[in-house]
Design a protein around this ligand. Structure first.
Ligand code: ZN
Ligand code: ZN
Length: 285
């Protein structure tokens, strides 16, 4: 299945399936399936205590058409949407604001979107906002951090690169990416052949030499996040199966890594059987 970029982001950011489902208006089952597709560990089953006021906030909301968010949680006796987390009460507006801007609001919060009771972080402002033309939030008081994050996002950096560069929370970056509707930078897809070509040179006699890294003197390469012996990886790619036993160049040139010069034990045994049937003697295996 194809995993929606926003679902993937929130999964990578560590949110639970139900939280993501509520936040993005998709089914929890689809989020669980996406998690499996991405090979991420399953979300903890059953009730999980909220890890932060922000977590709890998302659990108490329901997305509705137009990108608005309804509050399904507790209200104070004055009708204010609120949560209590680890003994401290927060208004939903305050948490929404913190999700949006990464800092506490000044004065009261409100959602100028016009949807009654909306708590969507992307719609929430505090009473200090100076509204100007442009996209929501453009006229807000200075928040260099958000601006920096947005600039790097627009520049195509990955969430992880931004997190490391600006030392900001990964969840916050994911939220800002979503609010600003900036697509995740596509991870460059490197094929095995490209990777291989980058680390090899043709050698005399039709052999191929390894120019890449070595691990304990064995040509080594990292492909799809795993470290392989370069010969084993090349063998697997060339023959479409995992090698049995050691993979060695059968061409007689000891440094050779050319895929079709490589032999595993199965091939060596088959060759020696052929030789034995031709010459009627045992050949070296
Ligand atoms: Zn709204
Ligand atoms: Zn060779």
């Amino acid at each position: 299945m194809t995993v929606r970029a926003d679902v993937a982001e929130l999964l990578h950011a560590g949110y639970g399936d139900r939280t993501i489902a509520r936040r993005l208006g998709v089914t929890a089952a689809s989020v669980t399936a996406a998690r499996a597709t991405l090979g991420l560990p399953p979300g903890r089953a059953g009730h999980k205590p909220a890890g932060s006021p922000e977590d709890l906030f998302w659990r108490r909301t329901k997305p509705v058409d137009g990108g608005h968010l309804e509050w399904t949680g507790h209200r104070t006796n004055k009708g204010v949407a609120a949560i209590k987390w680890q003994g401290t009460a927060y208004t939903a507006g305050r948490i929404a604001y913190r999700i949006r801007y990464g800092e506490d609001p000044v004065g009261h919060t409100h959602a100028p979107c016009g949807y009654d009771g909306c708590v969507a972080p992307a719609h929430v402002e505090d009473s200090k906002v100076v509204t100007r033309k442009g996209r929501p939030g453009a006229g807000r008081k200075a928040n260099a951090d958000r601006g920096q994050i947005v600039a790097l996002l627009l520049d195509g950096h990955t969430d992880d690169a931004i997190r490391r560069e600006l030392r900001v929370d990964a969840k916050r970056i994911a939220v800002i990416r979503r609010e600003e509707d900036i697509a995740r930078a596509p991870r460059p897809v490197v094929t095995f052949a490209e990777k291989w070509a980058a680390h090899t040179v043709p050698a005399d006699g039709g052999h191929v030499a390894w120019t890449g890294r070595r691990r304990e003197n064995t040509p080594s390469l990292v492909y799809r996040g795993r470290e392989y012996s370069a010969r084993r990886a090349a063998f697997e790619e060339h023959y479409g199966r995992e090698p049995v036993g050691n993979v060695l160049p059968g061409c007689g040139w000891e440094p050779c890594v050319r895929p079709d010069h490589l032999e595993d034990r199965t091939i060596r045994q088959a060759l020696s059987t052929q030789l034995a049937s031709i010459f009627g003697t045992g050949a070296a295996a």
